[in-house]
Every structure is written in C-alpha cells, then in structure tokens.
Design a protein around this ligand. Structure first.
Ligand code: ADP
Ligand code: MG
Length: 683
C-alpha cells in the first residue's frame, strides 16, 4: 500500500507508530483515540521554543533555554530528599543540573563526564548559581532539541516528549490525498490542500488561528462531510419504493372544515408537503418543525387520517403517556366515527393489552397511540403505513435511521419537534430528513407577556396570582434547577409548595424528580381538569402537553436557564385564547448582559429568532437538545465563528444534489470523518 496517497493509512492502528507500545495504545484508547486520524486532532495547547540557545553566562532566569555543556563532576548525596547534582561547564561559566528522585545510573548515562551534551529547560538560580532542575530534553546531538516543541494537554501516563515524537512522525508520513473538492470551491481557501492544512494546524505558532485558510478548509471539510453523510442517508431512504397512498382530499377537507379554528398558511403548506410524500411512490422521511404551540398535532392527525383512508394503519408515539393520551383524545374528537383509534397505556391490564394487540394485528384498529412502548412490545400491525413520532428532538441521526427502517418499506415516517434551531444548523442536525416548517402562530394567539421580577418582590407576584385564580385561571410555578444537587433542588420545590399551600390552601400540587410516574400522571390529569390552581414543579413540565386553562407561568431563578429553554417553558402557557403571562424571577439585580438576554425574550415570541440570539450569546452547545445531536463532536467547526462555512457547505451540497453529481471523489472524506460508519457503500 502506498502511504503517500492513501487515506487508509490514517485509519490504521496506533501500534504501527514508532514509540507507541501496548501501554500507550491503551492510554490513548481510553481517550477515544483509536487510530492515526484521531491523533491528528490532538492539538498543541502551546509551545516551548527550545531553539533559544545560549552560553551559560547569558542564561536568563525563568525562561526555557537550550545550552550545550560538558558535565564535570557528580554529587550523589546519601541523604534522603537531597537531589543528585551535576556540575557542568562551558567556556563562559558553570551551572548545575539537579535531579530529584533519580538514580545515579540514569544521571551518569544522560550526562556522561567530559562529553558535550545539550540540555534544555527552564533556568533557575540556587545559591547564586544557574541551575536546571530535572532537565527533560537532553541530547548529545544539539540539533535534535534545538527546535520548537509543542505542549499538549497531557493524557495521564504519556509525556510531552512522547506526544511530540508520535505527532511529528504522523505529520512526516502524512499522505497527500487527491483533492475532493471542486477547483472553484477550493479557491475560497486559496487552494490549500488537506495535507498542507493539517501541517499548518500542527505548527505551534498557529494555535487557534481560525481565521486562516488552513483552519477554515479543515472546518469546512468537517461540516461538508456531515452534510454528505446526511444527504446519503436521505437519498438511500428515498430510493426505497413503496406502495403509494391514494388520498381523498374531499374527505380531508371535511375534517378541516369541522375544526373550531382555521388552519394557518404554514399548517396548510406543511400538510400539502406531507400529502405529496404520502402519495408518492417513495418512502417519506420528514420532519415537521414548529415552535411550541404552532399546531403540529392537528397537521399530523390529518395526515394520519389520509393514510388510514387509503387503507393503512398509523402509529403515533409520544414521549410521555399523558401526551399520548391527549393526542388520542383529540383524534377521537376530530376523526370520523368509523375510524378506530386506541391507546396502549402502561395502566391497561394484561387482558386489555392483549385485546388491543389482537385487533391491531387483524386491522380492526386503524390508529394506535402510545409511548416508546409501542416499539418495545411485540406490536404487530397488519398494514402499517405511517409512523408519527412527537417531540423526539433528542433522537440523533443514528436512532432516526433505525426508526425509518422499522415498519417496513411501505411505512412513511413523520417526526415532529418544537425545538427551533438556528438556520445555519438545519442541515447539520436534520439534513437526513425532508423538512416542513411552521413558523406562523395561529392568528387568535396573543403573545405571552413576559416580565422580570426580583425575588424580594414575591408579594406582588402573589397578589397577581390571587387575581388570576379569581378569574378561574391556572398557574405553573417552576422552581430552580440546581444541577449540583438534586436534594436542594427537591427541597426548594417542597418549600415553595408549603409556602404557597399556606396562602392558597388545597389549591396547590407538587411535582418533582422523585414523584413516581403514576402519581405524576394523576397530578397532571387533575391539573388539566382544573381540580387545583397552582402546579409547583422542579423538572421541566412535559413538553407538548396542552393545558389550555393555564395562562401564567412563574419561573424562579430564571438565570439558570438558556433563552431557548425559557422560551420552551413559557410555551406551556398561552395556548388558549386568554392573555397569558410569564414572570421570570431573579435573586438579584441583573447585569447589563443578562438584561440584554432577557429583553430578547420579552420582545420576541419567535422560537427561531430566540434560538439564533441564544446561540450568539451562549454558544451552540447549550441550546436545548444539542448534546445528543453529535454536533458537539465537531473538532474544529464552530457554528458561530464559521456560520458562513455552514452556509457555503449547504449551497455546495444542494448544487451537487441538483446536478446529480457522483460523490465518489468524496469517499476518503466520508471514510475519514464519518465515525459512525453510517455510510459504508459509496457507489
Ligand atoms: P405544538 O405545535 O406545540 O405541538 P399543538 O399541536 O399542541 O402545538 O397545538 C397547540 C394548541 O393550538 C392546541 O390547543 C391546538 O388545538 C391549537 N391550534 C392548532 N392549530 C390552530 C390554529 N390554526 N388556530 C387556532 N388554534 C390552533
Ligand atoms: Mg406538540
């Protein structure tokens, strides 16, 4: 194999490197460094310039310098804790090399008397004499150490010297890969090749130089490879032939006309996009993305109706049982009576479940609602035509792909999420799916009024709540999430519950991390039925559930949350027609920066806009739901610094897809960067 032009060398085992034995391999594996390519991203955090050589008389204390000396005399004291010492000279003067915790044999070996040796290290002074303590870089050949050395954040058990040695080796042997990008594209980076870029990246003086072409090119490679993988998954799914669904739009419109509201333009457009997919002869893999309360459920239920009406079954999976139940109830309300819907619940007993499963398997049930249990238990469908997954923004690309394989070829897949993300990240996060977006809120919706309040002014808040309760409204009270200690977390909610319960006896309930699932369901159901007025909770109140009668949310210690998170929480209210209010409580006066952030939230009810602003302020890592997305695994690319690269990659991806260009030349890029091995067969 010719190393020089083959990417496979980069995927080879670490043991092929000089100086990397079993022990080092093990240590690196612990750090998820499994092959040579992984090591390329082990970047120096700073560097030491050992090229600054000097004569003894000119040494500068406190600086790392290199000096060529002749060892003259050893002192090996027999007293514990006293260091071994070697007196060394050059023609300009005398200095000591001292060694703590060392063996005589070692000292004699590296500093043999009378022989010229070059040492390097930080120069100190002791009893008026220059001194070098535990010199690490010692060589009889000065040219070997008179250079710049990178300092790495060290893996335990591996020294800097070893790192330098390993990485220098890799850089020397770096294969020169054929350019995978087009000439036009690579011009944007001044034509710098992958190989040259990696070399630049490892030059110590180039640390964090993300404005330079080498850095941009590598970041672009990373982004583009993600897009490629996503695009390949999408193409693969689209190649799956299915039996198309014959829709009856007249019947569909009867349902729409019977709703007690008018669908928004965005809802209608999304429905049309979904319908197109359903009636096409290739499999649908679509994401319906829309801000909280934008009305995704109804769109999905109408799609379900169309599917059922063409002779197929539908399954809808929600993250919690209460949400599944709510969707089930809505379906019963809006779908024609001849359509059979059922709910698989944790509460249904064995006999009931068995009955449901039987009726599903012989197509007596058209649509089933449930949690992920739908997929875990052995549910057999006679003719499954559509899987709808609600609020699963935590699913990563891999999980989604598995999902699309479930249900068989004839089964379309619709995912829904209320997590708006910045525009630049759409392709990264959701590039494997087709996308329908609902940006518009129902016209009847009043924006949620958002205020901030100091905790010391809690009496004002209580007065406000009293008025709201008189109007028969309900209130969410969210207590601080203190990550460090679940205990404190819990007790602050309990205290708040006790405090509120004194003021509003029998009108308050409490939910926290320790409430068991059944109690939680009962409490949430009672709240839905307006059996009590205030719900105190620690954990984020389940996404998606519709509490039309709740119109006030109080969020304590609001600075603990990101803007997107606050927006999501706030989205629990304001779904009915009443004016709703969100009160953000703070322990102390806000800093200017915090005020700026909170003002974004006060001024806007648009989750997409808020997520953009949030990302600009806090970085992309903190935005809701990103942790699982894999986006954090980018080595260099940064959605904020490199937003233009994300857009460039998107444009290029669309061009390639549009021109139906072969992606064969990108094979090395995908092989190197697609660590999950999602794509293993590139035509
Ligand atoms: P989400 O997109 O967050 O899942 P839902 O589907 O739960 O939102 O809808 C939120 C509320 O808005 C529901 O009570 C629903 O009945 C209502 N709704 C949906 N679409 C409209 C519309 N076009 N006009 C008025 N209300 C609507
Ligand atoms: Mg929803």
């Amino acid at each position: 194999m010719n190393n020089k032009s083959n990417y496979k060398y980069l995927l080879s085992d670490l043991s092929s490197l000089k100086g990397v034995g079993v022990k080092t391999t093990k240590l690196l594996k612990k750090k998820k460094i499994n092959n040579i390519f992984d090591l390329l991203w082990k970047l120096p955090k700073s560097y030491t310039d050992r090229s600054l050589s000097s004569k003894i008389k000119d040494l500068r204390i406190g600086e790392t310098q290199t000096v060529t000396i002749i060892p003259k005399k050893y002192f090996f004291p027999r007293i514990k804790n006293l260091p071994n010492r070697v007196v060394c000279v050059d023609e300009s003067g005398e200095m000591d090399c001292v060694f703590f915790n060392s063996y005589e044999g070692y000292v004699k070996k590296i500093l043999p008397l009378g022989k010229e040796v070059t040492v390097s290290g930080k120069i100190g002074i002791f009893r008026n004499k220059y001194q070098l303590t535990n010199p690490k870089y010692i060589s009889e050949d000065a040219s070997l150490i008179k250079q710049k050395h990178n300092t790495y954040s060290l893996t335990e058990g591996i020294s800097e010297k070893v790192y330098n040695k390993i990485i220098n080796q890799i850089i020397e042997k770096l294969p020169i890969l054929d350019e995978w990008h087009s000439k036009e594209l690579i011009k944007k980076f001044d034509g710098i090749s992958w190989n040259e870029s990696i070399i630049e990246l490892h030059k110590p003086e180039n640390k964090d130089n993300y404005k330079k072409n080498f850095y941009k090119r590598l970041a672009y490679d990373e982004i583009f490879s993600t897009f490629l993988v996503n695009s390949e998954i999408r193409k693969k799914i689209k190649r799956i032939k299915k039996k198309n669904k014959r829709l009856n739009i007249k019947k569909q419109n009867l349902i729409i006309d019977n709703l007690d509201f008018k669908l928004t333009q965005d809802q209608l457009r999304s429905l049309k996009e979904i319908n197109n997919d359903l009636s096409s002869s290739t499999k649908m893999f679509r994401l319906l993305q829309g801000d909280v309360g934008s009305g995704k459920t109804i769109v999905s239920l109408i799609s379900a109706f169309n599917t059922i009406n063409s002779g197929f079954q539908v399954s809808l999976m929600a993250p919690t049982e209460i949400l599944a139940r709510q969707h089930h109830n809505l379906a019963k309300k809006i779908l024609p009576k001849n359509i059979n819907v059922a709910l698989i619940s944790g509460k249904s007993d064995y006999k009931q479940k068995k009955e449901i499963l039987k009726r599903l398997s012989n197509h007596e049930i058209d649509m089933i609602f449930g949690t992920h249990a739908i997929f875990q238990t052995k549910v057999v469908f006679k003719k499954l035509g559509l899987i709808i997954i609600d609020e699963q923004h935590k699913f990563g690309v891999n999980q989604r792909k598995k999902l699309s394989d479930k249900g068989g070829d004839n089964c379309d897949v619709l995912l829904m999420t209320a997590t708006p993300i910045p525009r630049t990240l759409t392709m990264t996060m959701y590039g494997d799916m087709d996308l329908s977006v609902i940006r518009e809120k129902p016209a009847t919706r009043k924006p949620i009024q958002t205020f901030s309040k100091l905790e010391s002014k809690i009496n004002d808040v209580i007065l406000f709540i009293k008025k709201q309760i008189k109007l028969n409204n309900q209130i969410f009270w969210v207590c601080p999430l203190i990550e460090e200690s679940k205990k404190i977390d819990h007790s602050s909610a309990v205290k708040k519950f006790e405090y509120l319960n004194m003021i509003f006896p029998n009108e308050v309930a409490l939910l926290h991390g320790k409430t068991n699932i059944e109690d939680k369901e009962i409490i949430l159901n009672d709240f839905l039925k307006n059996k009590f007025k205030i719900l105190v909770s620690t954990t984020i109140i389940e996404v998606g559930i519709d509490f039309p009668n709740a119109n006030v949310i109080i969020i304590e210690n609001a600075n603990k949350f990101g803007l997107s998170q606050l927006h999501q929480l706030r989205g629990r209210v304001g779904r009915g027609n009443k004016q709703s209010t969100c009160i953000l409580m703070f322990k102390s006066n806000l800093s200017e920066n915090a005020k700026k952030r909170i003002n974004i939230l006060k001024d806007s009810n648009d989750g997409f806009f808020i997520s953009e602003e949030d990302m600009k302020i806090r970085g992309f890592g903190d935005i809701l739901g990103f942790k699982q997305s894999g986006i954090k695994n980018f080595k260099l690319a940064d959605p904020i610094h490199n937003s233009n690269l994300f857009l460039l990659a998107e444009k290029e991806m669309k061009r390639i897809e549009g021109a139906n260009e072969s992606i064969k030349k990108f094979k090395p890029l995908i092989k190197l960067y697609d660590r999950a091995d999602i794509i293993n067969d590139i035509a």
